[in-house]
Ligand binder design. Structure first.
Ligand code: ADP
Ligand code: MG
Length: 816
């Protein structure tokens, strides 16, 4: 890693050096820009667009465009982009990752390249980690874009969309005061999804951009398609999105029919399984493996001789899932049970994620274990990893305070270079070495004492924990010491933002999970700023960030530290860790603990031991490696799917624009493969007339395409778990997966033509499709995907039009 770091370091300084002349050019243009009248800005934008049309490149107009944006920011926000911000913006324009520390003003940096790249009119996307930040940044930066004559859209979850709307100027003062953490909604006008995408610039979360892509590929006509291509994107907090979130693909789904009893049966079996006898647990990989003994036991309980041959892979999958639910998923850590619902706890933020469900039956297995109502399993109707979604962009870029430690992954997976941009002012924050305790209790006691001491002198403290439960626990210790504090267990990001924005006030003690309030600036002395208080806090030593546990990734620890010491502010950070922390427990802290016990060190007295410190960092490096591999694995599998997805989606897209050639292509293939098909097809064409014929076939293909694709997705899921089981032999699972996946895909393609043909054979009147017993039961759920494999599909009413597109009522068609 040492060599790599220095290579990246060199590339960064080279980039910064070479940016020098461009920065000078931009600075030299300032005099000219200052002279512009307010009304000239939009005209400038128009003239840039004209010049692009006439053949100039974005690079040609970059200095002028950046200078213009800077001038707009000066007038509207009273902020002038620092030179380092210009460099950061340049890196983003070049399709790189700008690593800029927290508080360096990345929100403002993004305005430069987003403006420039939006000039081509193909749409530029700014991707944020949550809905709140998308709205906040659109409202705050919207005034710059609007001034420059560009439109801004926002896409949020639950299909809520806005366009930036300036007809509320009387609120401008309020926005300038609190706009960094509070959204002034008057500037957001609700609109259709399509309108938000048609804006020059669109702010939204990675989830929504991805889901819209999947939804677009389930649409039944071009009117329902909302995205217009993938031209340029800046991903804010890029490590969080492209790395932390990249382990699980996005899935949209519809309900399927496995009954609750099914899960209860497996739960009852799992309950009787004994750890290390019937199954083993690999804590690092969060996996279990059934032993022969365990399999025998399950077979007895199920009353079958051989589960693999008699019941097949589906049963094995459910059995494993039930055991995992029992052995790995911990209540109040991985999930909580609230009002009869199992709610996921986000491992990175510790926040509850209502509505989100684990897929492949895991959620149901946990519901069975907890004895709550078992929701219907949902079936995937489309899925994609963030890796593959973001690779669509012709130009992709990102920004974050912490990218360098993952530079290798960014380069290998996304082809993204990391440029470390120098800070505007030197960092003077002091990062003290970790204090290591034997027990968690000892650690918490020491933390409470430390916080009390800091609080007494008035220095603000931000305490980072790894979960909401730890927040509560710590709160108890602080109360015992009589330290007043705020716990950040906010249910929503906006509330959280308001609290965290004040974490730098005199005497503030704020407990928050590591990533809570990411994206919100902590100003010393609070926000809006009180000058006097600001000075006071500076003299106390700035914000003290106290980490209560090392995270699995060093990057997240750095992120937490970065909350302090922004823009040259004073600040301090220190981690308090214990040998009982998950990270240490998993990586054999027993030895160390015994050693400490032998020396008779009390539990609330820290040790500073180089050996222990090092083993902690080794543990982190090891886990980072695991996760990197897990993501590579996810990606490798998704790459197989990606190939198939592109074929299926391309076909859909052809069908959506009712492209006759596309249909003929398919029909020719059908004719080639099937005797007598030509005659039937010609006959139907004659009977219905060309237009009606093609329209009906188009609908049939769309319908069959989607139904088979859904089944195929499920089959591929099962295949994936089955190849993993087979890995006990010498065969490599991914190779098997590719081979069998391809065979299954071919079978699906054949089956598609089969079903399309059989439907064509039965069509009689225009736009009516009679179906005589299709060879496979087609899924007839509504193609209206819910967010994350979450809420249930709307069911098709008996009097609704049949989703097959026949135009008939459902009860007279597939519902009959
Ligand atoms: P980051 O995303 O890099 O952590 P933010 O975009 O949240 O930082 O900005 C942090 C703070 O710095 C904000 O209060 C913002 O208004 C301020 N800021 C950013 N750039 C400038 C600038 N050029 N001049 C003055 N203030 C700035
Ligand atoms: Mg930010």
């Amino acid at each position: 890693m040492g060599i790599l770091t220095s290579i990246f370091g060199d590339a960064s300084s080279k980039f910064v050096r070479e940016a020098g002349p461009i920065v000078n050019k931009i600075n030299a243009l300032e005099e000219e820009m200052v002279k512009l009248a307010d009304s000239d800005f939009a005209l400038k934008t128009a003239s840039f667009r004209q010049r692009l049309k006439e053949g100039e490149s974005l690079d040609d107009i970059l200095p002028e465009a950046f200078a213009l944006v800077r001038e707009a920011a000066k007038r509207k926000l009273k902020e002038r982009h620092y030179d380092v911000q210009l460099i950061g913006g340049l890196a983003l324009h070049r399709g790189k990752i700008s690593e800029m520390k927290t508080g360096e003003g990345k929100t403002l940096v993004a305005t430069l390249p987003i403006y420039l790249n939006a000039l081509t009119g193909e749409g530029a996307h700014l991707v944020t980690v949550n809905d709140y930040l998308a709205r906040r940044d659109a409202v705050l930066m919207g005034q710059i874009y609007n001034f420059l004559g560009l439109s801004v859209g926002v896409i949020n979850s639950q299909n809520v969309s806005y366009v930036y709307d300036e007809s509320h100027n009387q609120k401008d003062a309020e926005r300038d005061q609190v706009g960094e953490f509070k959204i002034v909604y008057d500037f957001l006008k609700p609109c259709s999804r399509r309108e938000a995408y048609n804006a020059d610039i669109t702010y939204g979360t990675n989830h929504e951009f991805g889901f819209d892509y999947l939804r677009d590929n389930l649409a039944n006509s071009m009117n329902d398609v909302v995205q217009r291509g993938h031209h340029y994107a800046i991903v804010d907090e890029v490590d969080s999105i492209l790395i932390d979130e990249a382990r699980t693909p996005l899935i949209i789904s519809s309900a399927s029919e496995d009954s609750g009893d099914f899960y209860i049966k497996f739960y009852q079996i799992a309950r009787q399984m004994k750890r290390d006898v019937d199954y083993t647990v690999d804590e690092k990989m969060k996996a279990i493996a059934l032993t022969d003994e365990g399999i025998n036991k399950a077979e007895n309980l199920l009353g079958v001789g051989n589960i693999y041959t008699e019941k097949g892979i589906k049963y094995v999958h459910h059995l494993e899932t039930a055991v995992r639910a029992q052995a790995i998923f911990e209540k109040d850590k991985d999930y909580v049970v609230k009002e009869g619902e199992v709610i996921i706890v986000d491992p990175f933020t510790g926040r509850l994620q209502p509505g989100r469900r684990w897929s492949e039956g895991v959620h149901q297995a946990i519901e069975a274990k907890e004895g709550v109502k078992i929701e219907k399993e949902t079936r995937s109707s489309g899925s994609i990893t963030f890796q593959n979604y973001f690779r669509f962009y012709k130009k992709l870029s990102g920004m974050t305070g912490t990218a360098a430690t993952s530079a290798e992954e960014f380069l290998k997976v996304y082809g993204l270079d990391v440029i470390v941009v120098p800070t505007h002012r030197p960092v003077v924050r002091r990062d003290a070495p970790d204090l290591i305790f034997q027990t968690e209790k000892g650690k918490f006691q020491a933390i409470a004492r430390k916080v009390k001491e800091l609080n007494r002198k008035g220095q603000p403290v931000l305490i980072g924990t790894i979960s909401i439960e730890k927040n509560e626990l710590l709160s108890v210790y602080l109360r015992q010491e009589g330290v007043p504090h705020t716990i950040l267990n906010a249910k929503n990001h906006e509330k959280e933002g308001e609290i965290i924005a004040q974490a730098g006030r005199v005497g503030a003690v704020t407990i928050a999970t590591n990533m809570a309030g990411r994206g919100i600036d902590i100003k010393l002395g609070g926000n809006p700023l009180v000058e006097e208080e600001h000075e006071k806090v500076r003299n106390f030593g700035g914000l003290f960030v106290l980490g209560t546990e090392r995270h699995e990734a060093r990057r997240i620890d750095n992120q937490l530290r970065g909350r302090s010491g922004r823009q040259g502010d004073p600040g301090e950070t220190q981690f308090f860790v214990s040998l009982e922390d998950d990270l240490m427990r998993v990586f054999g802290a027993e030895k160390i603990k015994n050693m400490m016990g032998r020396f008779g060190i009390p539990e609330d007295v820290p040790i500073e031991n180089r050996f222990v410190g090092r083993s902690l960092e080794n543990a982190q490096a090891k886990i980072e490696g695991f996760h990197f591999d897990a993501r590579k694995y996810t990606l490798e599998y998704d790459n197989v799917m990606n190939y198939q997805r592109q074929i299926v989606y391309a076909r859909r897209q052809k069908m959506m624009v009712s492209n006759k050639e596309g249909i003929d292509e398919l029909l020719n293939k059908i004719i080639e493969e099937r005797e007598g098909a030509k005659k039937i097809i010609e006959e139907k064409k004659g009977k219905l007339g060309e237009d009606a014929f093609y329209e009906t076939v188009r609908r049939i293909v769309l319908y069959v395409n989607d139904a088979l694709w859904m089944e195929h997705l499920e089959a591929m899921d099962y295949l994936r778990s089955s190849v993993n089981l087979r890995a006990y032999g010498q065969r490599e699972p991914i190779v098997e997966y590719k081979k069998e996946g391809l065979a299954m895909f071919k079978a699906m393609e054949y089956s598609l033509r089969d079903q399309v043909f059989s439907l064509i054979s039965t069509m009689n009147e225009p736009a009516q499709v009679e179906i005589n017993q299709p060879k496979q039961t087609l899924v007839v759920s509504h193609n209206e995907p819910s967010e994350v494999s979450g809420k249930q599909e709307k069911e098709v009413g008996r009097n609704d039009p049949c989703p097959c597109g026949s135009g008939k009522k459902y009860k007279k068609c597939h519902g009959a």
